[in-house]
Ligand binder design. Sequence first.
Ligand code: ZN
Length: 283
Amino acid sequence: MRDLHQRLDLCSINTATLGHRLSIHDTLDAVARSGFGFVAPWRKEVEAANLRDVARQLRALGLRLSGYVRSTFFAGSSPEQFAAHIEDNQRALDQAAELGAPSLIVVGGGLPPGTRSLADARARYLEGVARLWEYARSVGVGITLEPLHPMYAAERSCVVTLDEALDICHAVDPGQTGGLGIAVDVYHCWWDRHLTSHIERAGRERRIDAFHVSDWLSPTRDMLLDRGMMGDGVIDLKGIRAQVEAAGYAGAVEVEIFSQSNWWQRDAQETLQVCADRLQTVC
Ligand code: ZN
């Protein structure tokens, strides 16, 4: 496993970690100033600025992207809205290409309103991924499927395990031709008793595009906005990273924390400093 001590150049900040309070320009400056080599910007922050200016700033700062965050919840849309979602995500792929992102993070959505069939939602998820992957290849960007914790199955992602995401990758791209993979986010998969075999399979199939860290607070007070700083919770962070890297992953270690009542209340510089310390000590 890589030693992250003095290696923030291997680490990334997902901009949600700072609570979406600063402009994207101020956020990129702060992330670079703190010594991180990578950043994962959110689309809504980029769209509040000028795309070319953001791309130029990234180049000037020498910051690389660990991903572009994220797709819309296309599987959870009505049949009438589905096509519009696909088109909208194609625009996100265009932006990802201009920013130099390796891939668009796909969080595909849960159940369409008023429905109860997870099987139908998963079929639409697969259909959406197939269409987006085709477009992604034409613009030279990848697609990274991020399965979420099962508590989000209704609203955010009907795909909840790494294994399930890998099955979708296989169905869409059986020849492993590239540009289609998964994100291993410890917050979403730490509980899974099959995690080790899923990570090994992802490595064998060369599908690990991204690795996200935070921590699971016990107890957790909010399903969405109470993620912990690495080291403050119960996830075996070093153990999971060792498995992911043994499976061949050599990309960025990305911090992604949604924390309304704690980290989002703090000064961005302080949050970045604590992220840097914890990455080097407990991850
Ligand atoms: Zn994540």
